[in-house]
Ligand binder design. Structure first.
Ligand SMILES: [Zn+2]
Length: 269
Protein backbone atom coordinates (compact mmCIF):
# COMPACT_ATOMS: atom_id res chain seq x y z
CA UNK A 1 0.00 0.00 0.00
CA UNK A 2 1.28 3.44 -0.92
CA UNK A 3 -0.26 6.65 0.39
CA UNK A 4 0.96 9.94 -1.07
CA UNK A 5 1.22 12.59 1.64
CA UNK A 6 1.89 15.56 -0.66
CA UNK A 7 -0.10 16.34 -3.82
CA UNK A 8 -1.75 19.39 -5.36
CA UNK A 9 -5.02 19.62 -7.26
CA UNK A 10 -7.55 22.37 -7.82
CA UNK A 11 -11.25 22.93 -8.54
CA UNK A 12 -11.93 22.00 -12.20
CA UNK A 13 -12.75 25.57 -13.23
CA UNK A 14 -9.49 26.94 -11.79
CA UNK A 15 -7.12 24.07 -12.60
CA UNK A 16 -5.79 25.32 -15.99
CA UNK A 17 -5.05 28.79 -14.59
CA UNK A 18 -3.54 27.48 -11.36
CA UNK A 19 -1.25 25.00 -13.12
CA UNK A 20 -0.17 27.62 -15.68
CA UNK A 21 0.65 30.16 -12.95
CA UNK A 22 2.61 27.63 -10.92
CA UNK A 23 4.49 26.42 -13.99
CA UNK A 24 5.48 30.00 -14.74
CA UNK A 25 6.61 30.41 -11.14
CA UNK A 26 8.77 27.26 -11.40
CA UNK A 27 10.33 28.35 -14.71
CA UNK A 28 13.78 28.91 -13.19
CA UNK A 29 14.01 25.23 -12.26
CA UNK A 30 12.13 24.02 -15.41
CA UNK A 31 9.44 22.01 -13.63
CA UNK A 32 6.72 20.77 -15.97
CA UNK A 33 3.33 19.63 -14.64
CA UNK A 34 2.48 15.94 -15.05
CA UNK A 35 -1.29 16.39 -14.64
CA UNK A 36 -3.97 18.88 -15.70
CA UNK A 37 -4.36 19.86 -12.04
CA UNK A 38 -7.93 18.55 -11.70
CA UNK A 39 -8.87 16.05 -9.01
CA UNK A 40 -9.79 13.43 -11.64
CA UNK A 41 -6.56 13.91 -13.62
CA UNK A 42 -4.49 13.76 -10.44
CA UNK A 43 -6.17 10.60 -9.18
CA UNK A 44 -5.62 8.90 -12.54
CA UNK A 45 -1.91 9.83 -12.56
CA UNK A 46 -1.39 8.59 -8.98
CA UNK A 47 -3.35 5.36 -9.46
CA UNK A 48 -1.27 4.53 -12.53
CA UNK A 49 1.80 4.59 -10.24
CA UNK A 50 0.13 2.24 -7.73
CA UNK A 51 -0.78 4.92 -5.19
CA UNK A 52 -3.99 4.13 -3.28
CA UNK A 53 -4.79 7.50 -1.69
CA UNK A 54 -3.40 11.00 -1.34
CA UNK A 55 -3.23 14.02 0.96
CA UNK A 56 -3.99 17.30 -0.85
CA UNK A 57 -2.10 20.38 0.31
CA UNK A 58 -3.50 23.67 -0.89
CA UNK A 59 -2.67 27.14 0.36
CA UNK A 60 -4.16 30.63 0.12
CA UNK A 61 -1.75 33.22 -1.29
CA UNK A 62 -3.94 36.00 0.12
CA UNK A 63 -6.38 36.23 3.01
CA UNK A 64 -9.45 36.52 0.75
CA UNK A 65 -8.78 33.14 -0.89
CA UNK A 66 -8.77 31.24 2.39
CA UNK A 67 -12.51 30.64 2.48
CA UNK A 68 -12.61 29.23 -1.10
CA UNK A 69 -9.54 27.05 -0.65
CA UNK A 70 -11.01 25.56 2.52
CA UNK A 71 -14.43 25.08 0.89
CA UNK A 72 -12.78 23.10 -1.94
CA UNK A 73 -10.84 21.07 0.64
CA UNK A 74 -14.04 20.23 2.50
CA UNK A 75 -15.66 18.73 -0.63
CA UNK A 76 -12.62 16.85 -1.91
CA UNK A 77 -12.95 13.69 0.12
CA UNK A 78 -16.58 13.19 -0.91
CA UNK A 79 -16.12 13.90 -4.63
CA UNK A 80 -13.17 11.47 -4.79
CA UNK A 81 -14.93 8.71 -2.81
CA UNK A 82 -12.28 9.00 -0.13
CA UNK A 83 -9.25 8.80 -2.44
CA UNK A 84 -8.21 12.31 -1.41
CA UNK A 85 -7.77 13.47 2.17
CA UNK A 86 -7.56 17.27 2.26
CA UNK A 87 -5.66 19.60 4.53
CA UNK A 88 -7.01 23.12 5.03
CA UNK A 89 -5.07 26.35 5.25
CA UNK A 90 -4.84 29.53 7.33
CA UNK A 91 -3.19 32.72 6.08
CA UNK A 92 -0.89 34.38 8.66
CA UNK A 93 -2.67 37.73 8.13
CA UNK A 94 -6.10 36.22 8.80
CA UNK A 95 -7.83 38.26 11.51
CA UNK A 96 -10.00 35.45 12.68
CA UNK A 97 -7.65 32.48 12.92
CA UNK A 98 -9.54 30.81 15.73
CA UNK A 99 -12.82 30.76 13.78
CA UNK A 100 -11.15 29.44 10.59
CA UNK A 101 -9.42 26.63 12.48
CA UNK A 102 -12.60 25.70 14.33
CA UNK A 103 -14.54 25.62 11.04
CA UNK A 104 -11.93 23.28 9.53
CA UNK A 105 -12.04 21.07 12.59
CA UNK A 106 -15.86 20.97 12.48
CA UNK A 107 -15.69 20.00 8.78
CA UNK A 108 -13.58 16.96 9.73
CA UNK A 109 -10.30 18.39 8.42
CA UNK A 110 -7.44 17.30 10.66
CA UNK A 111 -4.63 19.67 9.67
CA UNK A 112 -3.38 22.59 7.63
CA UNK A 113 -0.69 23.44 5.08
CA UNK A 114 1.24 26.71 5.15
CA UNK A 115 3.69 28.10 2.62
CA UNK A 116 5.85 30.83 4.19
CA UNK A 117 7.54 31.76 0.89
CA UNK A 118 4.30 32.53 -0.93
CA UNK A 119 3.18 34.91 1.80
CA UNK A 120 6.70 36.22 2.64
CA UNK A 121 6.40 35.49 6.34
CA UNK A 122 9.05 33.62 8.32
CA UNK A 123 7.98 30.33 9.87
CA UNK A 124 8.89 31.61 13.37
CA UNK A 125 6.90 34.86 12.94
CA UNK A 126 4.40 35.60 15.78
CA UNK A 127 1.50 35.39 13.26
CA UNK A 128 2.38 31.79 12.49
CA UNK A 129 2.99 31.12 16.15
CA UNK A 130 -0.62 32.07 16.88
CA UNK A 131 -1.81 29.59 14.22
CA UNK A 132 0.44 26.83 15.57
CA UNK A 133 -0.80 27.37 19.14
CA UNK A 134 -4.40 27.02 17.97
CA UNK A 135 -3.58 23.86 15.99
CA UNK A 136 -1.66 22.38 18.91
CA UNK A 137 -4.65 23.08 21.15
CA UNK A 138 -7.13 21.56 18.66
CA UNK A 139 -4.96 18.47 18.02
CA UNK A 140 -4.48 19.42 14.37
CA UNK A 141 -1.23 18.90 12.44
CA UNK A 142 0.68 21.50 10.40
CA UNK A 143 2.56 20.88 7.15
CA UNK A 144 4.92 23.59 5.96
CA UNK A 145 6.86 24.07 2.79
CA UNK A 146 10.54 24.21 3.77
CA UNK A 147 13.74 25.39 2.12
CA UNK A 148 14.18 26.57 -1.46
CA UNK A 149 11.12 27.49 -3.52
CA UNK A 150 11.34 29.22 -6.90
CA UNK A 151 8.82 31.85 -5.73
CA UNK A 152 11.51 33.26 -3.39
CA UNK A 153 14.79 31.81 -4.65
CA UNK A 154 17.13 34.08 -2.69
CA UNK A 155 15.46 34.01 0.70
CA UNK A 156 14.03 30.92 2.42
CA UNK A 157 11.24 31.66 4.90
CA UNK A 158 11.30 28.20 6.52
CA UNK A 159 14.91 27.61 7.54
CA UNK A 160 16.06 24.87 9.95
CA UNK A 161 16.66 27.40 12.77
CA UNK A 162 13.11 28.77 12.44
CA UNK A 163 11.55 25.30 12.34
CA UNK A 164 13.55 24.26 15.39
CA UNK A 165 12.06 27.21 17.28
CA UNK A 166 8.56 26.10 16.23
CA UNK A 167 8.92 22.52 17.44
CA UNK A 168 10.50 23.70 20.71
CA UNK A 169 7.66 26.15 21.40
CA UNK A 170 4.98 23.61 20.41
CA UNK A 171 6.04 20.22 21.77
CA UNK A 172 2.57 18.66 21.30
CA UNK A 173 2.17 19.86 17.69
CA UNK A 174 2.59 17.39 14.83
CA UNK A 175 4.76 19.58 12.61
CA UNK A 176 5.71 18.31 9.16
CA UNK A 177 8.52 19.91 7.14
CA UNK A 178 7.97 19.04 3.48
CA UNK A 179 10.71 17.88 1.10
CA UNK A 180 12.79 16.21 3.88
CA UNK A 181 13.16 19.56 5.61
CA UNK A 182 13.75 21.56 2.44
CA UNK A 183 15.79 21.69 -0.76
CA UNK A 184 19.17 23.43 -0.55
CA UNK A 185 19.36 23.51 3.25
CA UNK A 186 20.11 19.91 4.20
CA UNK A 187 23.28 20.75 6.15
CA UNK A 188 21.18 22.73 8.61
CA UNK A 189 18.43 20.09 8.58
CA UNK A 190 20.97 17.39 9.45
CA UNK A 191 22.49 19.50 12.18
CA UNK A 192 19.35 20.92 13.81
CA UNK A 193 16.31 18.81 12.88
CA UNK A 194 17.43 15.22 12.28
CA UNK A 195 16.46 13.05 15.23
CA UNK A 196 14.07 15.65 16.72
CA UNK A 197 10.28 15.28 16.93
CA UNK A 198 9.77 17.07 13.58
CA UNK A 199 8.17 15.05 10.78
CA UNK A 200 9.34 15.09 7.16
CA UNK A 201 7.68 14.27 3.89
CA UNK A 202 9.82 12.84 1.09
CA UNK A 203 8.20 14.78 -1.76
CA UNK A 204 10.25 15.96 -4.72
CA UNK A 205 13.47 14.16 -3.80
CA UNK A 206 13.70 12.30 -7.13
CA UNK A 207 14.79 15.50 -8.86
CA UNK A 208 17.41 16.39 -6.21
CA UNK A 209 20.36 14.46 -7.70
CA UNK A 210 22.87 16.89 -6.21
CA UNK A 211 21.61 16.23 -2.67
CA UNK A 212 21.41 12.44 -2.92
CA UNK A 213 24.16 11.69 -0.35
CA UNK A 214 22.82 14.11 2.23
CA UNK A 215 19.32 12.69 1.76
CA UNK A 216 20.63 9.17 2.36
CA UNK A 217 22.29 10.35 5.58
CA UNK A 218 19.08 12.07 6.66
CA UNK A 219 16.93 8.96 6.09
CA UNK A 220 19.25 7.12 8.49
CA UNK A 221 19.51 9.92 11.03
CA UNK A 222 15.74 10.33 11.43
CA UNK A 223 13.09 8.15 13.09
CA UNK A 224 11.24 6.21 10.34
CA UNK A 225 8.02 6.73 12.34
CA UNK A 226 8.34 10.43 11.45
CA UNK A 227 8.71 10.28 7.67
CA UNK A 228 5.79 10.31 5.20
CA UNK A 229 6.14 9.31 1.57
CA UNK A 230 5.00 12.08 -0.79
CA UNK A 231 5.40 13.00 -4.45
CA UNK A 232 4.45 16.69 -4.93
CA UNK A 233 2.40 15.70 -8.00
CA UNK A 234 2.02 17.39 -10.50
CA UNK A 235 5.63 18.61 -10.05
CA UNK A 236 7.28 15.23 -9.94
CA UNK A 237 6.76 11.79 -11.47
CA UNK A 238 5.15 9.57 -8.81
CA UNK A 239 6.89 6.47 -10.18
CA UNK A 240 10.30 8.14 -9.86
CA UNK A 241 9.45 9.29 -6.33
CA UNK A 242 8.50 5.74 -5.32
CA UNK A 243 11.69 4.34 -6.89
CA UNK A 244 13.97 6.76 -5.06
CA UNK A 245 12.50 5.93 -1.64
CA UNK A 246 12.60 2.20 -2.52
CA UNK A 247 16.30 2.59 -3.34
CA UNK A 248 17.14 3.91 0.14
CA UNK A 249 18.93 1.42 2.33
CA UNK A 250 16.09 0.97 4.84
CA UNK A 251 14.47 -2.07 6.42
CA UNK A 252 11.16 -3.34 4.98
CA UNK A 253 9.52 -2.35 8.27
CA UNK A 254 10.78 1.21 7.92
CA UNK A 255 9.60 1.39 4.30
CA UNK A 256 6.12 0.14 5.22
CA UNK A 257 5.88 2.92 7.79
CA UNK A 258 7.08 5.58 5.34
CA UNK A 259 4.92 4.45 2.41
CA UNK A 260 1.72 3.88 4.35
CA UNK A 261 1.54 3.23 8.08
CA UNK A 262 2.63 6.65 9.34
CA UNK A 263 0.04 8.41 7.17
CA UNK A 264 -2.59 5.84 8.15
CA UNK A 265 -1.94 6.64 11.82
CA UNK A 266 -2.04 10.43 11.40
CA UNK A 267 -4.96 10.59 8.99
CA UNK A 268 -7.01 7.68 10.40
CA UNK A 269 -7.00 5.81 7.07
ZN1 LIG B 1 4.06 20.87 -2.90
Amino acid sequence: MIFDFHVHCFPDALAPRAVAALTENARIISLKPLTDGTAAGTEKCLRSAGITGAHVLNIATNVRQTENVNRFAATLSTVSNGFFIPAGTVHPDCEDKERVIKALHDAGIRGIKVHPDYVRVNIDDPRYDEIFSLCEEAGMYVVTHAGFDPVSPDYFHAKPEGMLKVIRSHPRLTFVAAHMGGPSQLDGVLELLAGTNVYFDTSLISIREDERDKLKTLFHAHDPDRIFFGTDTPWSDPKAEIAIVESMDLTETAKEKIFYKNAARLLNL
